[in-house]
Ligand binder design. Structure first.
Ligand code: BGN
Length: 286
């Protein structure tokens, strides 16, 4: 099983030196989306990925154990593109990581934030992760120096996306890709669970970060450039018009709505070669 493999490699790690803060030989990447890559080709290009989408550096001991959480429904080709670029990216960054794709069942209004909380909960049962990177499936960083790591404060990686002409559309934007240490995520009580449909859950998370006295770290915009796969708005993820009034009461709900109130039913967990897929029933709006 996964766990037996871990024991063996943990023992080997005693001999390894810590990985450097900044991994060697990172720089700009040529990201042009290719949609016709087969899963088999991605697997053969990434021979060191363990079942369930796990990997760790072979020649040094990583300082963080990183779970990548991807909320998901009906975006197979985006996921393939993400895997194609991100497995090589994360391995070159010498990351000790696992990829969790959290899929919401059909015929329910999408709830990105609650899927993130579920991913956090499930990944935490799997391995001793101390850093959680919550990422959309359609954003690919264009520079290897944009380290997918946790830092002193919650970190917003996607601060320079092509869709917004590589600028922040507004200063408090906190969408796309964010990283929290376990302590930081617990401190903010995770995401809110009550944002059904598109928009605002990331703004609420920003409010939570501020409310508990943390700040947001961002990489330099010259290295944070990212591409977003352009697409139509997903059916089942419409705006619901409640986000604004919810965000206005973010502080009131902070301690009662989030990890502390998370309820879900796991439909299935599958270890694919390149990721762990968690299919989950999180309800439908309330
Ligand atoms: C904002 C959304 C964010 C989204 C960004 C970028 C809302 C809140 C309305 C009160 N915020 O408008 O969720 O990440 O756009 O697309 O919808």
């Amino acid at each position: 099983s996964k766990y037996e493999n871990e024991k063996v490699s943990t023992d080997q790690n005693y001999k390894l030196a810590e990985c450097p803060e900044m991994p060697p030989d990172l720089g700009p990447l040529d990201i042009r989306f290719v949609y016709n890559t087969s899963i088999l080709k991605i697997i053969s290009q990434n021979p060191n990925i363990q079942h369930g989408g796990r990997s760790r550096p072979q020649h040094c001991m990583a300082q963080q154990k990183i779970a990548i959480i991807i909320p998901f429904r009906n975006r197979k080709s985006h996921l393939r593109t993400w895997l194609y670029y991100m497995h090589p990216f994360l391995q070159r960054q010498q990351a000790d990581y696992g990829v969790y794709v959290v899929e919401q069942i059909e015929d329910t209004l999408f709830n990105r934030a609650k899927l993130m909380n579920v991913g956090y909960a499930i990944a935490s049962k799997d391995y001793d992760y101390n850093c959680f990177i919550f990422s959309d499936v359609d954003i690919i960083p264009m520079d290897g120096r944009n380290l997918y790591r946790c830092s002193k404060n919650p970190r917003h990686m996607a601060n320079s996306v092509d869709k917004f002409n590589f600028k922040l559309p507004y200063s408090d934007i906190f969408g796309g890709v964010v990283a929290f240490t376990k302590e930081q995520f617990i401190k903010v009580n995770g995401f809110s669970n009550v944002f059904w449909g598109w928009g605002g859950e990331d703004d609420e998370l920003f409010q939570r970060v501020v409310a508990v006295g943390l700040k947001v770290d961002r990489p330099d915009q010259t290295i944070a450039r990212s591409r977003m796969i352009s697409h139509q708005r997903d059916p089942g993820n419409e705006r619901n018009g409640k986000s604004f009034s919810l965000i206005n009461k973010a502080y009131e709900r902070l301690h009662k709505d989030g990890l502390s109130s998370l309820k879900y039913t796991v439909i299935g967990i599958t270890n694919h070669k390149l990721y762990t897929k968690v299919t989950v029933d999180i309800g439908n709006g309330e």
